[in-house]
Design a protein around this ligand. Sequence first.
Ligand code: PLP
Length: 367
Amino acid sequence: MSQSAPVHLVREAVRREKAYRVPTQTGIAAKLDQNESPYSVPADIRDAALAAVREEPWNRYPDDRPHRLVAALAERWGADPEGVIVGHGSNEITHTLGLCFVDPGTPVVLPTPMFSLYTSVMRMFEAEIHEVGPEADLTHSPAAILAKAQETGAALTVVTTPNNPTGQTIPHEGLRQLAAGVPGILVVDEAYHEFLSGPTAMDLLAEFPNVLVMRTFSKAMGLAGLRVGALVGRPELIQEIEKARLPFLVDRLAEAVALAVLDREDLLQARVAELLSERDRLAESVGAMEGCEVLPGKANFFLFRTPLPHADLRASLAADGINVRDVTSYPDLAPRDGRPGWLRVSVGTPDENDAFLASLRSHLQAA
Ligand SMILES: Cc1ncc(COP(=O)(O)O)c(C=O)c1O
């Protein structure tokens, strides 16, 4: 008999976690469960990026940091290149934030429900997590977040706008109040900012030295498969954070494709416009079905609930090849007051959206 592995040597804060696993899926007609873009990168852009990478020495390390992409993003965002980190997806940068700002017992304020990775990463760094629940309409009150940050002396306060999984936003004035009032760092995750217009958290950077803005290429930009994210802030702060990062995290291909995609603003704008109009069509259609309720969101997804139990409905849709996300593990989105829990659907192509609507309608009628 072989001896069992010394699992007890793994830090307890890590052992307590569940690994973030997304089952491999086959036979999916409409994948509407991860807020990705339904559109891949067009063939001409792929070909150009692949041709450029083809000529590079694959046996050589890429730049320690992707300088060309950093420069392009800094120009796009009006930022100092020394104030921009490009990461292996924004998830990787979230981990770095834990490494930089969180010792055991460091107070961290996280609104709930929010993208679960933040909570998991902060737990593994043994932060003292202070959650701030939503209002009855599932928005977050900046005043409540600010009060919690001040009361706990939070070193880190994280907000996401539009928020995943609710799609709700924090108004710009609320972000300003938070930036001005939190005792520590304010991280604003803008993974879905392309779906909004108006000022963004980038506009706070000149005024507030404690603000960090997180962006990703995984949503509107359609590059979830290549893993590119970014963090922007004051150069002196970003240069400290850089020290905690592993070198070479962004490979040659990811950098080349991200640069090529950045050059095609026209395509991004056209796709965002289509996704927004499809989102509104989808939300209206679901909202018009008997007994269904929609929480209109500002990003490329929204929450809905129906008279059917959420788990049954998710399984019935999946049997038709339609994947939506069960978000009821967030307590605020679980079944409540005799209503089933919420499901989250991402906006797909018009055909995928039609398939989702047809499947939903048929299961509601059969009930
Ligand atoms: C708010 C938010 N931030 C970050 C991410 C992940 O981004 P990335 O793919 O860049 O790691 C997601 C993905 O769902 C998200 O919803």
